[in-house]
Design a protein around this ligand. Structure first.
Ligand code: SIN
Ligand code: NI
Length: 260
């Protein structure tokens, strides 16, 4: 586990609840960033195990994201970060949930050369959860800005419920979806950050990431957290398909541990 906790200010808590995202600087220190980068590079090279590569090189989706899901199941070093109480406790402070469980992690590399943006989307429509309050931490492992794939978020867009998932390769325009007409893309915040800093975003917040126009990968780790007590909706998902959950069951057990 990572040593020490991170105190989140009242202002940051208020900002997250109001706007559906927040930036928290220096979540990891320099040594932790170096350690995590090494583990990420190791796990991204693996081709076997319990984690899943979601697109192969040459694939259209690979140009959006070179992504591996559930790295913690194959690499003890990744588990040190993904299961970390410091990170989960920050999510607990922001949301006010009584308990936080892990849903899954993503190693997210946006590769150089013919890179595509991550199109505007909400995350929750991809998840098999009835409750709509899960969230993600996104930790930058490189300094990020609009030239190498930093994120953008539209404040208050988490208030828009019941939209569909967006195709991340041939995206629909989420702003044109029925129910999204009050959301203005021109109000989006561009979140430039130093390595080791992070954002938290609500599963309904509209977000986007720029293409990577540099010659180095943009490396990030995202961890999806849910409120303890979150229940299964029955929708298909990589992380729950092999489980025996029935609609309405609590999402819990060894693959979804309580972290804070
Ligand atoms: C990205 O890392 O480019 C996108 C992450 C997200 O959609 O949450
Ligand atoms: Ni997303």
């Amino acid at each position: 586990m990572l040593r020490g906790m991170k105190e989140i200010s009242e202002e940051q808590i208020h900002y997250y609840r109001e706007n559906g995202f927040v930036q928290i600087d220096q979540m990891l220190n320099t040594e932790e960033v170096e350690e995590l980068r090494e583990y990420l590079n190791e796990v991204m090279r693996s081709t076997t195990g319990h984690s899943t590569q979601t697109a192969e090189q040459g694939n259209a989706y690979y140009k959006v994201l070179n992504q591996r899901v559930n790295t913690w199941r194959d690499h003890g070093g990744m588990a040190r970060f993904v299961l970390s109480e410091r990170l989960a406790d920050a999510a607990k402070q922001l949301t006010g949930f009584e308990g936080i469980r892990l849903f899954h992690d993503h190693a997210l590399y946006k590769m150089p050369q013919d890179s595509k943006p991550t199109p505007w989307h909400q995350d929750w429509p991809y998840w098999p959860m009835k409750e709509q309050n899960a969230l993600s931490i996104w930790i930058a492992l490189d300094d990020v800005d609009e030239h190498n794939g930093c994120m953008m978020f539209v404040p208050k867009s988490q208030k828009i419920k019941n939209l569909k998932s967006i195709d991340l390769v041939e995206p629909q325009d989420i702003f044109e979806e029925v129910g999204a007409s009050d959301i203005d893309r021109n109000k989006a915040a561009i979140v430039r950050m130093k390595e080791g800093s992070c954002t938290f975003h609500h599963g309904l917040t509209f977000h986007y990431a720029h293409a990577n126009l540099t010659d180095q990968p943009r490396r990030a780790l995202a961890i999806i957290y849910m409120e303890d007590g979150t229940t299964f909706s029955g929708a298909g998902h990589l992380c729950t398909d092999a489980q025996n959950f029935q609609v309405g069951d609590l999402i819990r057990g060894g693959l979804f541990p309580r972290l804070a």
